[in-house]
Design a protein around this ligand. Structure first.
Ligand code: HEC
Length: 219
C-alpha cells in the first residue's frame, strides 16, 4: 500500500510543478490561445515581429530560410516581407539595433527572443505585451514586468484598431515566437498525424490478414 502511494505521488509531481510554474509571476496570465498550425497567423506574426520588435530584439538562433520553409513562404517572399531586402536568406535573424546603443538608451540590453517562449511560456509573452497601462504621472508601466525598460510598442496598434485586432496582433506575435522557440514542433505535429494514420492502416491490414489466416481453421 505504501509503495502504491509513493508511486501515485510520483505521478502527481509534474502536475504540482507545472502549477507552480504558472503562478510564479504573482499575477494571473491570460491564455494566449495561439495555434501553431495556423499558418496565416504565423505569417502575420513574422511581419509584425519584423515591424515592431526587430528594432530592438534579435531571434538569432534561427535563419530566414528556415522560417520561410516552415511558415509557407518562398525565400524571396521572406526577404521581402520580413527582412525588407536586407542581408541574405541564410542569415540569422539579427536585430536592427546598432551594437552598444541599447545599453545607453534602455540601461539594459533587449534580450534575444529565440527561446523566450520556452523560458517564460506563451501566456507570459501574450500577457506581457498587453499589460501596459498609463500611470498617474503620464508614463507607461507594465503589470507583468514592473518598471520595465521596454516601451509600449503595440500602443499604435491598440490606438488604431479594434480590441479584437489588437488581441489578434499580440496572439500572432506570440504564435510566431512560440514557433521560433521550437521550430521542429511544427514538423512533429505534422508527422504525428502521418504516424497515426500509418498505424491505423497497419491495424486494418493486420486485422484483414488475421481473418485470412484463420478463415479455414475451425475454432
Ligand atoms: C524599443 C526597443 C524595444 C522594442 C521595439 C521591443 N522591445 Fe522587448 N524589450 C526591450 C527591452 C529594453 C527589454 C528588457 C526589459 C527589461 O529588462 O526591463 C525587453 C524585454 C522583452 C521581453 C522579456 C520580458 C521579460 O520578462 O524579461 C519580451 C518577451 C519582449 N521584450 C518582447 C518584445 C516583443 C514581442 C516585441 C515586439 C512586439 C518587443 N519586445 C519590442 C526593448 C524593446
Amino acid at each position: 500500500m505504501k509503495k502504491l502511494l509513493i508511486i501515485c505521488s510520483l505521478f502527481l509531481l509534474p502536475l504540482s510543478l507545472s502549477a507552480q510554474a504558472g503562478g510564479g509571476y504573482g499575477i494571473t496570465l491570460e491564455h494566449a490561445n495561439n495555434d501553431l498550425r495556423d499558418q496565416a497567423s504565423l505569417q502575420r506574426g513574422a511581419v509584425l515581429f519584423s515591424n515592431y520588435c526587430m528594432a530592438c530584439h534579435s531571434i538569432k538562433y534561427i535563419r530566414y530560410n528556415r522560417i520561410a520553409r516552415n511558415i509557407g513562404w518562398s525565400d524571396d517572399e521572406i526577404m521581402e516581407k520580413m527582412a525588407y531586402g536586407q542581408g541574405r536568406v541564410v542569415d540569422d535573424v539579427e536585430t536592427r539595433m546598432l551594437p552598444d546603443i541599447a545599453k545607453g538608451v534602455f540601461g539594459t540590453e533587449p534580450p534575444d527572443l529565440s527561446l523566450m517562449s520556452r523560458l517564460k511560456g506563451e501566456d507570459y509573452i501574450y500577457t506581457f505585451l498587453r499589460a501596459y497601462h498609463e500611470t498617474e504621472d503620464g508614463t507607461w508601466d507594465n503589470t507583468v514586468l514592473k518598471g520595465t525598460a521596454m516601451p509600449n510598442v503595440l500602443e499604435g496598434i491598440k490606438r488604431h484598431s479594434t480590441e479584437e485586432e489588437y488581441e489578434q496582433a499580440a496572439r500572432d506575435i506570440t504564435n510566431f515566437l512560440s514557433y521560433v522557440g521550437e521550430p521542429s514542433k511544427l514538423d512533429r505535429l505534422d508527422l504525428g498525424w502521418k504516424v497515426i494514420a500509418f498505424l491505423l492502416l497497419m491495424l486494418l491490414l493486420t486485422y484483414l490478414l488475421k481473418r485470412e489466416y484463420w478463415k479455414d481453421i475451425k475454432h
